[in-house]
Design a protein around this ligand. Structure first.
Ligand code: ADE
Length: 247
């Protein structure tokens, strides 16, 4: 039997030299080198057909900036040979916000095709015609989709089997139960006159767990009322956090 092919990200970009970039070092880099996942960055410009290898043009109807051409991008997508069996994403500030839930789904699948937009945007006909799912990594505008793609891939890769040393650290942290992570401490016991909270060194595991839960709830309520509302509706938190800390 042939072994299953590893999780793979195929990236379409005008700047393939931006990959693997930071994904070539540390956790993701070691996993890439050992074959736990694969990365292919393809140059959209290779699919340009005119003399000047142009990939963009002025927006129909006028306005500032340039728009990525539908014919060039569609040809670049088609040249990958990737069909509907893999998710097709377009990194864009107009997209649905990326969540840990979507990251988990993407990490469980075969790995996405990711189109990195540049300029003012991408011709709508290729978004519709090639079924691209627009994904945003936050309400701010980057100069292109590449850094957003790197963030998305990083979030997926750390969830792949065998990538993270300690399995627990993948599930116990921020967002896995819809709450932000509790504060952490380590030695020295006294830092600039501030001790580690006594409960954490008490050896009472039940009390430690309760303290962490209360801190998570208080932080989430203070910083992320949107997440807190959802957690409360799911029954994973109360309407008011058990203790109050500064957000
Ligand atoms: N491209 C530019 N800004 C972006 C964002 N916030 N998320 C995803 N892709 C983008």
């Amino acid at each position: 039997m042939t072994p299953p092919s590893p999780w793979r990200a195929t990236v379409l970009t005008l700047f393939p030299e931006m990959f693997p970039g930071p994904l070539g070092v540390s956790l993701a880099g070691r996993a890439l080198a050992s074959g736990l996942w694969q990365l292919e960055a393809r140059d959209i410009r290779a699919s340009a057909t005119d003399r000047h290898r142009s990939v963009d043009d002025t927006p129909a109807g006028g306005g500032p900036g340039m728009v990525l051409r539908a014919d060039v991008l569609a040809a670049a997508i088609d040249a990958t040979g990737i069909g509907p069996e893999r998710p097709r994403l377009l990194m864009s500030p107009r997209g649905r916000p990326l969540t840990q839930t979507r990251v988990t789904e993407l990490a469980r699948g075969p790995g996405p095709l990711i189109v990195c937009g540049r300029f003012e945007g991408v011709d709508q006909r290729v978004i519709d015609g090639r079924g691209l799912e627009e994904v945003s990594i936050g309400d701010y505008v980057l100069s292109g989709g590449e850094i957003a793609a790197l963030a998305l891939i990083d979030a997926c890769v750390r969830l792949l089997p065998g990538v993270m040393g300690k399995e627990a650290s993948g599930t116990e942290e921020s967002f896995s139960d819809g709450l932000l992570e509790y504060p952490q401490y380590t030695r020295p016991q006294l830092f600039e006159g501030v001790p580690i909270p006594a409960i954490l060194t008490s050896g009472d595991h039940a009390k430690v767990a309760a303290w962490r839960r209360a801190e998570s709830e208080a932080l989430t309520a203070a910083r992320r009322p949107d997440l807190w509302e959802k957690a409360a509706n799911r029954g994973s938190g109360q309407k008011t956090p058990k203790n109050k800390t500064d957000g």
